[in-house]
Ligand binder design. Structure first.
Ligand SMILES: *Cc1c(COP(=O)(O)O)cnc(C)c1O
Length: 407
């Protein structure tokens, strides 16, 4: 074995011994509430396809149609010659859906966070992030070169202290610093909500900028299903609204919406947008169809089904108040090995829920990340409920481990 392969084997061995080894599991069916793995059919409670749109005929037809008209690939980045009509239609559809002046789509949510944050702040600035934000935001915060400060999860006092510190820092050497606060609206691994109203109040008081990632809220919260910011009435007060197109919207990609100058600036400065081939036409068209579906009566109906399923699983005794509801209902385990054992046991019973471990969450904060979708039937949910009860597993706990560090 080569020197490199030997070294990597050693590192993999370490991962295995810590219960942190990951491997791909091949799925031999379409995404949906039932999936086929290793010749077995399992009920799938792990997807972010909250409205069951990945297999919706309208999305598939839209994708197939543009493949015929525009081809399989985009040919180049959008600033070279890849800015196809389907991409413009998608951007316009996002802006209308979100009630924003303008929007820009990216090939992934990860690329959206990276390109946007690095375009907005640099080494003279300060970036302030919640301790539990998604890896794409953490990576962007490191890459952008700004002074990075992390506030305790959803802790407004801690955030305020950091904002006060950054104000003093700005006065210190006379240069003008920007302060960018970044949070998720619904947290991807806990399903809990950020206090967006209070954060808007703080960012306005301190003259900071606020960016909110609605990856797990777009399509399922608010009167027009724009996200949690809409539900809390603060959509117009968030400078940079981010979301993904691959979760409730059923397709793939990410987006930013906000003011026209913000979007024009990102076209000029977001490197993950500029130096990357435009998304395939099929992805853009499916996302556009996904948004139109979400905006329709059927979309509203799907959303109601999703929340019915959540209530069905949690039952009437649920501890979670209605204004903090989520389709992400983690089962907290703690130890990595025990989390894998619990997932394996459930798999043997026909239930697929993945064990989420470090570095996705903190060490010893492992959990089963259970998600419900509108595509689950009430029978599916009843079966899940029975299997969880049989193993004393409690979904939807909002415990946050106090030691959870930034990744
Ligand atoms: C999934 C996710 C992303 C990344 O989006 P992709 O389109 O999957 O790259 C970004 N932020 C959050 C909070 C996410 O959950």
């Amino acid at each position: 074995m080569s020197n490199m392969a030997q070294e990597l084997e050693r590192r993999l061995h370490d991962l295995r011994s810590q219960g942190l080894y990951r491997e791909l599991r091949r799925i031999d069916s379409a995404q949906g509430p039932c999936i086929h793995i290793d010749g077995k059919t399992l009920l799938n409670f792990s997807s972010n396809d909250y409205l069951g749109l990945t297999n919706e005929p309208a999305l598939k037809a839209a994708a197939a149609d543009v493949v015929e008209r525009y081809g399989a690939g985009a040919g180049a980045s959008r600033l070279i010659c890849g800015s196809l009509a389907v991409h413009h239609e998608l951007d316009e559809t996002i802006a209308t859906f979100k009630g924003a002046e303008a929007a820009l789509s990216f090939s992934t949510g990860y690329a959206t966070a990276l390109g946007t944050i690095c375009a907005l702040v640099d080494k003279d600035d300060v970036i302030v992030i919640d301790k539990l934000v998604h890896a794409s935001i953490v990576d962007a915060a490191r890459l952008c070169g700004a002074k990075l400060r992390v506030f305790a999860h959803n802790d407004l006092n801690d955030l305020e202290d950091i904002l006060r510190w950054s104000e003093h820092r700005a006065h210190g050497n006379g240069t003008k610093h920007r302060v960018l606060i970044v949070t998720e609206s619904v947290f991807s691994m806990g399903g809990d909500h950020a206090p967006l109203r209070e954060m808007v109040e703080l960012k306005e008081r301190f003259g900071a900028w606020l960016m909110v990632d609605e990856a797990h809220a777009t399509g399922i919260y608010g009167e027009h299903r724009r996200g949690l910011a809409e539900a809390l009435g603060v959509g117009d007060h968030i400078d940079v609204q981010m979301g993904t197109l691959g979760k409730a919207l059923g397709a793939a990609g990410g987006y930013i919406c906000g003011s026209r100058p913000l979007i024009d600036y990102l076209v000029n400065r977001a490197r993950s947008f500029i130096f990357s081939t435009a998304p395939v036409p099929a992805a853009a068209a499916a996302a556009t169809a996904g948004i139109k579906f979400v905006q329709s009566k059927q979309g509203a109906e799907r959303c109601r089904t999703l929340w019915q399923n959540v209530h069905e699983l949690l039952g009437v005794h649920a501890q979670i108040p209605a204004n903090n509801q989520s389709a992400i209902l983690p089962i907290m385990i703690g130890n990595e090995g025990q989390a894998i054992a619990a997932a394996t046991k459930l798999r043997a019973r026909g239930i697929f829920i993945p064990a989420i471990r470090y570095p996705t969450v903190a060490r010893d904060a492992a959990r089963l990340r259970l998600t419900l979708t509108a595509a689950h039937t009430s029978e599916d949910v009843k079966q899940l409920r029975a299997e969880l009860a049989a193993q004393d597993l409690v979904p939807g706990e909002r415990r946050v481990y106090s030691h959870e560090p930034a990744r």
